[in-house]
Write a protein that binds this ligand. Sequence first.
Ligand code: SF4
Length: 352
Amino acid sequence: MEKQSKRRFIKTCLYLAGSGMFSAAAWLWAGCRSRAGGPDGGDKDFEPAYLGLHRSGELKKRAQALRGLMESCELCPRLCGAARLDGERGFCGASAQLEISASHPHFGEERSLVGTGGSGTVFLTNCSLRCVFCINWEISQGGRGTPRSAEELAGMMLELQGTGCHNINLVTPTHYSPQILLAVDLAAAKGLRVPLVYNTCGWERLEVLEKLDGIVDIYLPDFKYADSEMAAKYSSGADTYPEVTQRALLEMHRQVGVARPARDGLMYRGLMIRHLVMPEGVSGTGKVIDWIAANLPRDTYINLMSQYRPAYKASKYPEISRRLTRSEYSEAVSLARQAGLTNLDIQGYRFF
Ligand code: SF4
């Protein structure tokens, strides 16, 4: 391992251990020590999906096609019809101007995305789902962010790659998907080679996902609710969430397949589903698990998230105004195991 990488790796282990994430630190350390070729002996053959379409010129065309959908906006299932190209802001709060809240290496994401150098996370401003319990509400609903050009976003991606991040992780990207594709095209011309992670609420239109086919390497969607009533109540009337998200997950799986880490422990391709277990069964965990078991391979990656906390407006809803209990989370894990799901990311080592 190069001196600089070694220092960064040790720093990451110490940071995780210092934050109480001992098993994550141990995992990293053990993973590093067990690799015959060392951590630099990762998947050298990897080529990101977007590179081929960049070379053929198709990436730019896809960006233009998505930009057309902003005319009377239909980029997300809200279909609010805002005239974004004329400066109007949509239900999500976005105009045609790309806005970004922050970009930095993130060490709190899934281990196979974080590795030793972190996940190169870009937080996009605004969101179409607008959940009452959003932990990032200042960014998603409070408008926190700075106007940026596609060139600037491309520069951020290259900088994240340059600092050793293993991927570019775009958080809540869909309302800015045209600008993102343009930025990826520009960055690819200047040497961007790490995988692209599409980190989404899961509520995605097939028409838009089809435009991302061959561009996104890793889909990282939420599967938040099994019941449309819950989705409508806590996510600003989004009663189509369960059916739309189920269709979206099938399409994502068709495009990138099952997520399996490479021999260096990092993820390069695949579908990684997140399910936030909520108090009082609000997120319908049993039904979510049953649907995944019945419709996707049993080794589909699922992160059963235990870290729910009542953020933003959640205190106005008594049933979700508390953290999850240990028994609620244990029940969710048992349900997933009983359903035969084999690729579970369980978070029992923290939050309780
Ligand atoms: S992305 Fe925003 S502007 Fe476009 S349809 Fe959805 S909510 Fe409306």
